[in-house]
Design a protein around this ligand. Structure first.
Ligand code: PAF
Length: 284
């Protein structure tokens, strides 16, 4: 595995990989890798001839009072994990390489960014869309892999690729990979490591209560009181607050009151012990 931190070198190395005509997949990450990220890499390896993984803790997607400085950084460990998975190139640029002095551009995807995490974290999805667009242009992958755990992020990236006519990767080549969960159902996240043992145990209520909510709505229960019970169950279990617990149209993330013919998604963000956890589940 080649580790590269200069754009000029990245371009040369990706071009060299492409010499044999093989395809290239990109797996963008912010590091602090876990089994969820490694699953993305494995899917990418199955689908493409070559895999580029990126590690960049992107400052523009963190709000002023968020955890940018505390965000876990473990480059040596991450690099060893990616190498063991057969990644060809690790793209790990410095902040100055990505955002040189005078950088002034931001991509904002209206609509799909507005609600949920977009409302709770103003500017977050502008930062995500901007860095992902840059990564796409830097690597020019044939395809890219993202976790469904960040369901709204995936929708934002797909909308950006569609609206900006990205050809590499084009919108159908942006793959969402199902959430990888711990044994007790908690969605894997780099932020789970912030949880104290007590909060970690209570956090398992989130997927459990969500699963019960999905089943109730699928059985025909009205969504408003069912979502209210979900919020109450989280607060009862020790969560400090619930940013949102909502049913949405899975294609455009508009809120819906009841199941219709469109695929639906239960989306939740809740805070426990200072850590914000998000999760989502299909409702069919
Ligand atoms: O999901 C993440 O880890 C980040 O939001 C991403 C897509 C790598 C952009 O910084």
């Amino acid at each position: 595995m080649q580790t590269i931190d200069r754009l000029e070198m990245l371009r040369k190395s990706v071009a060299a990989l492409r010499k044999d005509g093989g395809s290239v997949a990109l797996v963008p990450t912010m590091g602090a890798l876990h089994e969820g990220h490694l699953t993305l890499v494995r899917k990418a390896r199955e689908a493409a001839d070559h895999v580029v993984a990126s590690i960049f803790v992107n400052p523009t997607q963190f709000g002023a009072n968020e955890d940018l400085d505390a965000y876990p950084r473990q480059m040596a460990e991450d690099s060893a994990m990616l190498e063991a998975e057969g990644v060809n190139i690790l793209w790990a640029p410095a902040e100055s390489e990505v955002y040189p002095q005078g950088f002034a551009t931001s991509i904002s995807v209206a609509g799909v960014s507005a609600d949920f995490c977009g409302a709770a974290r103003p500017g977050h999805f502008d930062g995500v869309a901007t860095i992902v667009c840059k990564l796409f242009h830097q690597v020019l992958p044939d395809m890219a892999f993202f976790g469904e755990k960040d369901f709204q992020q995936l929708a934002v990236i797909r909308a950006m690729a569609r609206d900006l006519d990205l050809t590499r990767p084009h919108v159908d080549a942006i793959h969402g990979v199902p959430t990888v969960r711990e044994a007790d159902g908690l969605a894997m996240s780099s932020r789970n490591r912030y949880l104290s043992p007590e909060h970690r145990a209570a956090a398992a209520t989130l997927p459990r209560a969500m699963q019960e909510t999905v089943e109730a709505i699928e059985r025909g229960a009205a969504s408003a009181p069912t979502l209210a019970s979900l919020e109450a169950a989280l607060l009862q279990a020790g969560f400090d607050s619930v940013d949102y617990a909502a049913l949405a149209d899975a294609r455009n993330l508009t809120r819906i009151e009841s199941l219709a013919d469109t695929p639906a998604r239960l989306l939740v963000a809740a805070r426990i012990g200072g850590t914000r956890l998000i999760d989502n589940m299909a409702v069919e």
